[in-house]
Design a protein around this ligand. Structure first.
Ligand code: CMC
Length: 422
């Protein structure tokens, strides 16, 4: 017999049986029995807002899979572009499909000269690169008017390729501008991550040759950040996408959501925290301060992971490889001590607070020379694949516009008092 629940409206005595499908009960069924009574669920703590076949996450068991493939296997064997294809198409590409996909993305890495010269260079000299990225992604919608044809398969595919291809170019351009360096055009003979490093760091050499260990590490970090089901930015993408806005506008909204310190800004906060702690001796006192309510242990805790974030475990190994090239990040020892103490402290274990993806990623980025302001930008580059996969899925589901209800707690109706009489 199928699983179900039965609810009873105690005001009327009426009952209704609702089936449990895929671990959820349909709120529309509930509303049949109790129209006008809403689920009160701020921050969507208990609400599944959609059905999705992209990413599976079991936060209790620490499992993350893209389209069924364990994140560990993808990080070990795959490339970011292959994973982006998987997220968007549902299957890993065959060799010819991969070659076509890689070629198409590579051929779309250039941005319109006006985006750089007139738009990006119009920012104030100390503009935050993430603020520049959010705006530049939105501005792309004004360059590609065909993007409004969201139900045209050719147009949709073209915008997806453009967005994935141009994100690293915009990201590097934002960085170069913020440090007063000239823009570096994409080098289409390099692969995705290596080309990004070239656009970031190239100075006067004819051709930038990134260290293969660093390029590989960055590609692995891109894989780990490519999707994470219904997180804050993906939800923003889906909500804006549900109004049938073009994908650049929806992606800009997702980028904006990622900007916040509770989401994509967390690894920047981790480095600030480690820098403030300054030495291993100060770790116990810092932990006591967190327990007493003086701020949070950045890079710890997660809305859905109630065990070790599987991405954090992979990142820890990647960090070791990166440090063989860059030298150890001096903040690493503080981070390891923090983790050790927190994982044996009742405050953290009872609340199931473990390191998340951001605890170690910032250490890698910093060792590779990225300024702190670039950290959320580095997150946005690969997450674009996930955002677009969800956007596409949403449109294919013929979904309604996102429009939650509220429980009104304001004043009752009252009469307007003219200004002079108040
Ligand atoms: N340090 C200390 N205490 C914490 C922390 C932390 N990092 N995170 C949660 N808690 C405590 C919190 O004080 C609360 O305790 P109590 O029940 O006594 O009031 C309890 O744990 C539950 O916290 P919550 O705020 O209800 O949990 P949440 O699911 O709403 O928040 C979170 C999740 C990620 C926003 C939060 O854990 C946090 O602020 N972590 C630090 C920031 C961070 O690392 N963010 C990156 C998230 S992973 C990357 C991404 O997906 O974008």
């Amino acid at each position: 017999m199928a699983e179900s629940i039965t609810i009873t409206d105690n005001r009327t005595g009426e009952s209704l049986e609702i089936p449990i499908d895929n671990g959820g009960v349909a709120a529309s069924e509930w509303s049949k029995l109790m129209p006008g009574v809403w689920f009160y669920d701020p921050a969507f703590m208990s609400t599944a807002a959609c059905e999705s076949s992209i990413t599976f996450l079991d936060g209790e068991a620490g499992i993350l899979r893209y389209r069924g493939y364990p994140i560990e296997e993808l990080a070990e064997n795959s490339t970011y572009l292959e994973v982006a294809y998987l997220l968007l198409h549902g299957e890993l590409p065959k060799p010819d499909e991969y070659e076509k996909w890689r070629n198409e993305v590579t051929m779309h890495t250039f941005i319109h000269e006006n985006v750089r010269k007139r738009f990006l260079e119009g920012f104030h000299y100390d503009a935050h690169p993430m603020g520049m990225l959010v705006s530049a992604v939105a501005a792309l919608s004004t360059f590609y008017l065909d993007a409004k044809e969201i139900f045209d398969p050719d147009s949709r595919a073209k915008q997806i390729i453009r967005l994935i291809a141009k994100m690293p170019t915009l990201a590097a351009a934002a960085h170069r501008f913020s440090v007063g360096m000239p823009f570096v055009y994409p080098d289409n003979s390099l692969d995705f991550a290596a080309n990004f490093l070239s656009m970031m760091w190239k100075v006067a050499e004819p051709r930038f040759e990134p260290d293969p260990i660093l390029a590989k590490a960055l590609d692995t970090l891109f894989i780990l950040h490519a999707d994470h089901e219904q997180n804050c930015s993906t939800t923003a993408m889906r909500v804006v996408g549900s109004s049938h806005a073009d994908p650049y506008s929806a992606c800009a909204a997702a980028c904006a959501a990622l900007y916040g310190p509770r989401h994509g800004g967390a690894n920047e906060q981790v480095i600030r925290m480690l820098t403030e702690i300054a030495s291993i001796e100060n770790v116990p006192a810092f932990i006591e301060g967190v327990k007493a309510g003086n701020g949070r242990l950045q890079g710890f805790g997660h809305r859905v992971y109630k065990s070790y974030d599987p991405r954090a475990a992979i990142i820890k190994r990647t960090a070791d490889e990166v440090f063989t090239v860059t030298g150890k990040n001096p903040l690493l020892d503080i981070a390891l001590k923090l983790e050790e103490i927190a994982l044996s402290d009742e405050y953290f274990t009872s609340r199931k607070l473990y390191p998340n993806v951001d605890f170690y990623s910032g250490l890698i980025y910093q060792a590779m020379g990225f300024p702190l302001e670039m950290f959320p930008v580095l997150f946005a580059i690969p997450r674009t694949a996930g955002w677009l996969a969800h956007w596409q899925e949403l449109l294919d589901q013929d979904s309604k516009i996102a429009r939650p209800r509220q429980l009104y707690i304001g004043p009752e109706a009252r009469t307007y008092t003219p200004l002079a009489e108040r």
